[in-house]
Write a new protein. Structure first.
Length: 272
């Protein structure tokens, strides 16, 4: 029997994600949708690990000559917390890039644009179990730089700035469902006035937990809806936008490898 404070699955596997050390690459893409994880894995030249446990679907294989893992976590910061808590003990010096979708909070962010997060407003409460209320959820600067460079290299329309992470999709993002209105009907307007570019559901949990452990993390999300103009992409356009986000993340991993080989980002910055 394993301990209730640190449960394990069969054969010592992580309880929720079903993985053991050696099955996860150092570079890890995190997505919400299992179908997106499968599409990314189809880009791999080889796949050596396929694991499905609950909503967590993981593939590890070779992409552009390097080993990469992609994991679908399902939606929400609570799912992301579980994924990080179980992944971090399995990998040394991991790099996490979230590849997701989001809603824009600024009218000038057209649907299909990519948003690269520098940090995320912690609207969720999961991270309150780890840090103080005012603790910032910051993306790692290496990941921000690499994602921005990748988007520029690929010619993808993008914006870089502050995101907000909601704990849900409907009321938590100011949407009504049926006849139940959200409590805070002015949330989106306040966030937009504070310069927040977009809203999504995972990044602050990723940034907080990765930052506490010294892991590098970043996020690139495709705008599939604009909450100001009330536009939303159809399925084919949404899929194309998601693929641009995937392209950007995979290219960013290549850029990070090149930077690391040269001694990191500080090696390419001008000296004082």
């Amino acid at each position: 029997m394993s301990k209730a404070s640190a449960p394990k699955g069969s054969a010592g596997r992580a309880y929720h994600i079903g993985l053991v050390r050696g099955e996860v690459a150092r570079e890890i893409l995190l997505v919400g949708d299992p179908a997106r994880a499968e599409r990314i894995a189809q880009r791999f030249s080889t796949v050596r690990v396929t694991q499905r446990c609950r909503e967590y679907v993981t593939f590890t294989g070779t992409c552009a000559g390097a080993e990469v893992s992609v994991m679908a976590t399902g939606m929400g910061p609570d799912n992301t917390e579980i994924a990080l808590a179980e992944l971090l003990p399995l990998v040394e010096q991991p790099v996490f890039l979230r590849v997701g979708t989001c809603g824009a909070l600024q009218a000038n962010l057209s649907c299909g644009t990519l948003v690269i997060s520098t940090a995320s407003v912690r609207l969720e409460t999961v991270t309150a179990a780890y840090v103080e209320p005012g603790h910032p959820a910051l993306a790692h600067r290496d990941c921000v730089v690499a994602l921005e460079a990748a988007a520029k290299r690929l010619g993808h329309a993008h914006a870089v700035g502050l995101s907000a992470t909601a704990p849900g999709f409907y009321g938590a993002q100011g949407r009504a469902f049926g006849t139940v209105p959200p409590r805070d009907t002015a949330l989106l307007q306040r966030l937009a006035a504070q310069g927040v570019l977009n809203m999504e559901m995972e990044s602050s949990a990723l940034f907080t937990l990765a930052g506490l452990t010294g892991a590098r993390s970043g996020a690139v999300c495709a705008v599939v809806g604009n909450r100001v103009t009330d536009e939303f992409l159809d399925e084919s356009a949404k899929l194309a936008a998601e693929e641009r986000a995937v392209d950007t993340a995979l290219s960013a991993l290549q850029i990070l490898r090149a930077l690391d080989a040269r001694g990191g980002l500080s090696s390419v910055l001008p000296s004082a």
